[in-house]
Design a protein around this ligand. Sequence first.
Ligand code: CUA
Length: 157
Amino acid sequence: MNIHSYEKIWLMAALLLIVGFISTVTYGATAVGIDMVSDEGGTVNASALDEDPRFSEPRVEQVGDNEYEAYVIAQQFIFRPDPITVPANSTVTFFVTSPDVIHGFEIVGTNANVMVVPGQVTELTVDFNEPGEYGLLCHEYCGAGHHTMEGSVVVQP
Ligand code: CUA
């Protein structure tokens, strides 16, 4: 290895450190209007989601005054439903699963950020306090179309 390669390695290391520092500072910051409350799980038959009462029709369901449940499928390379539409001032429990490979479910700019595993149901509860539109992103590499896998969460006034 010559001097030039070492220099490259150190340059890269310095860059990584800077990116690391910045992400440490920004990661904890939650976007205005959203709080992630909890995340836990359950299981499901990944190869028969179309027969599952919760996932045969991905949807948002009202279950209380300001309470909703969202049944979401993350699959190569889309989210269903898309957009996920919920009202402002609501508490939404998301149940997210995958029929194929591991995906990510991240509401961009918030700390609602979970992994979606085939056969498992990822549960997370989020309070939507203010209207707005949020990007939805897959942050786990899931195949050739990974970089195109995105959706949106629309919080209606
Ligand atoms: Cu789904 Cu990356």
